[in-house]
Design a protein around this ligand. Structure first.
Ligand SMILES: CC(=O)N[C@H]1[C@@H](OP(=O)(O)OP(=O)(O)OC[C@H]2O[C@@H](n3ccc(=O)[nH]c3=O)[C@H](O)[C@@H]2O)O[C@H](CO)[C@@H](O)[C@@H]1O[C@H](C)C(=O)N[C@@H](C)C(=O)N[C@H](CCC(=O)O)C(=O)O
Ligand SMILES: Nc1ncnc2c1ncn2[C@@H]1O[C@H](COP(=O)(O)OP(=O)(O)OP(=O)(O)O)[C@@H](O)[C@H]1O
Ligand SMILES: N[C@H](CCC[C@H](N)C(=O)O)C(=O)O
Ligand SMILES: [Mg+2]
Length: 493
């Protein structure tokens, strides 16, 4: 792919460039000097760790045709000066890849918990209706049946535009993507043409990054505000959780129609006659286009919310209720979310990605409600992340289980013992143990189990590593738990 620089810069109304760029043609855009190839346009981003402007010379040496920067640089290639290179990168990438998000239906999902789950549910519903889908989120990127690893839940604008373009080339007609609050705050989704935006819920997380809960909510609201004010021929819609305190602010943030969902009267899409069972859920779903009964293998009230949100987004895209019903009846859920580990043992082991106080409470309460025996929780808190959630998660674990075993979850550059200290120092109860080695913690919980008991191993879900320092070591809760159960079964036989 290539594009005349003049053409590429068209979306920028104001920029300064003292050199002649008339005959220059860019063959690509890069924001990382290490990836620059001959004739790429290099965009300097001032990051959290380093300043991309310091790598402009390196980009020049690697053959960049020009550089976009926020300040003058002494180079032998043209320097295009803009006020905000993050915004410029988003606009340039959108232009270079020919506005891919305008060529398919784009569904953006934000909220503290449930984003990955919702995008997976939506992916199943749309595929069952014959759509060719793309998916972007925490676990991976998917284009049709092909999967690709990702570094961020919501990647930077360059990665996004490049891959959305690839999706267009592969005839994708619907894309579901998770939109994190970091992404919204850091302009990673600037310029994306969302058709349907979905809000799951808001509770404490990421207060290492956002100043407070208001700031966090403001970041989330950008998804709805950035849907644009024009009423296009393709109708846009915001799907909002009616039962969440953020509902009022979010419904006022968008200029578009809102479809609300929830358990309370007044929601447009409602669940009634909910029956929660250990192995699933049944409820009647009342929608503006009719009523259906949902039977699903997904457990817990939080799953009812996820199914309501997915159904609301699907009906906004004219998917028939029957397709939604069959999709929700057949789905097995998402890897690492409430995922049972079954090796023929007589006690339950569930691996889950709960890493916030609210998600942990939802999951542990759900298990506690259905467990006749004892409930054990193995959980830790991530290093270099929100410290305020540590004592809260520890409290939830001891309050809703018989015994919590606190352990490590990606300590990153922090001291694991200090994280455990932050979690436990204010606990007033005794029903917990501390075992910093996650493998040992899982082994201990499995050893304690008698028939009828359940262990929840929370926080890492689908992750296949433990991040210690800046290195990632192989670690998969599901694999470790399977091995421990097998050992226990062998000992007994
Ligand atoms: C705090 C944060 O968000 N950091 C993101 C940020 O990194 P950064 O600002 O440190 O980048 P940097 O290393 O300073 O580099 C600045 C610029 O210099 C360039 N550079 C750098 C080195 C070099 O030799 N040459 C060069 O040109 C870089 O390419 C970049 O353009 O930009 C990177 C590229 O887009 C992101 O991958 C990175 O995410 C890191 C990995 C991260 O952990 N982010 C987390 C906090 C995050 O974003 N999480 C959310 C939410 C998760 C959830 O709730 O699900 C997510 O969406 O993932
Ligand atoms: N609607 C919900 N409300 C509260 N908790 C939920 C909900 N849905 C899922 N959870 C819990 O949150 C955990 C994470 O779910 P999921 O991965 O879908 O969320 P996410 O928003 O994508 O998280 P992340 O921000 O890390 O990407 C699940 O393992 C489950 O414990
Ligand atoms: N996307 C979330 C994931 C947290 C998962 C947990 N295992 C941890 O490392 O804290 C974050 O980066 O805050
Ligand atoms: Mg996610």
């Amino acid at each position: 792919m290539n594009m005349k620089l003049k053409q590429l810069l068209k979306p920028l109304k104001f920029y300064k460039c003292e050199q002649n760029i008339h005959d220059i043609e860019a063959e690509g855009i890069e924001m990382d000097s290490r990836q620059v190839k001959a004739n790429d346009l290099f965009v300097c981003i001032d990051g959290f760790t380093v300043d991309g402007h310091d790598f402009a010379e390196m980009a020049e040496m690697q053959g960049a045709c020009a550089v976009v920067a926020e300040r003058p640089l002494s180079l032998n290639i043209p320097v295009i000066i803009v006020n905000d290179s993050v915004k410029a990168l988003a606009q340039l990438a959108n232009q270079f890849y020919q506005q891919p998000s305008e060529k398919f239906q784009l569904i953006g999902v934000t909220g503290t918990n449930g984003k990955t789950t919702l995008t997976y549910l939506l992916d199943e519903i749309f595929r069952n209706h014959g759509h060719e889908t793309g998916l972007l989120g925490t676990i991976q990127m998917k284009i049709g049946d092909e999967t690709y690893p990702v570094k961020n839940t919501t990647p930077d604008s360059l990665f996004l535009q490049k891959n959305l373009h690839k999706m267009v080339e592969k005839d994708v007609n619907t894309v579901m993507m998770e939109v994190s609050s970091h992404a919204l705050d850091l302009g990673r989704v600037y310029g994306l043409d969302f058709d349907i935006t979905v809000f799951t819920n808001l509770s404490q997380d990421h207060l290492d990054y956002h100043k407070n809960m208001d700031d966090y909510l403001r970041a989330k609201s950008l998804l709805f505000a950035q849907m644009g004010n024009q009423y296009y021929s393709r109708r846009k819609l915001a799907v909002l959780n009616y039962d969440d305190d953020a509902y009022d602010l979010l419904s006022r943030s968008t200029a578009h129609e809102v479809l609300s969902y929830g358990l309370s009267d007044g929601a447009d899409v409602q669940a009634k006659n909910i029956m929660l069972r250990p192995d699933g859920t049944t409820f009647d779903m009342i929608t503006p286009i009719g009523e259906i009964q949902i039977q699903s293998k997904l457990a817990g009230e939080f799953s009812v919310y996820n199914m309501l949100a997915a159904s609301s987004a699907a009906i906004s895209a004219d998917i028939p209720l029957e397709t939604i019903k069959t999709s929700l009846a057949t789905t097995n859920g998402v890897p690492g979310r409430f995922e049972p580990v079954q090796r023929g043992q007589k006690f339950g082991v569930i691996v889950d990605y709960a890493h916030t106080p609210d998600s942990l409470e939802n999951v542990v309460k759900t298990v506690q409600t259905f467990t006749e025996g004892k409930t054990y929780v193995v959980v830790g808190c991530g290093g270099d992340r929100d410290r305020g959630k540590r004592p809260k998660m520890a409290n939830v674990a001891v309050n809703y289980s018989d015994l919590a075993i606190f352990t490590s979850d990606n300590p990153r550059t922090e001291d694991p013992d200090q994280i455990l200290q932050d979690m436990t120092e204010d606990l007033k109860v005794q029903n917990y143990e501390v075992e910093p080695d996650r493998k040992q913690a899982i082994a201990r919980a499995v050893q304690y189990c008698n028939p009828g008991d359940v262990v929840i191993i929370a926080g890492k879900g689908h992750e296949t590593y433990q991040e210690i320092g800046t290195e990632r070591f192989d670690f998969d809760d599901r694999e470790v738990a399977s091995n421990m159960i097998d050992e226990k079964l062998k000992e007994r036989s």
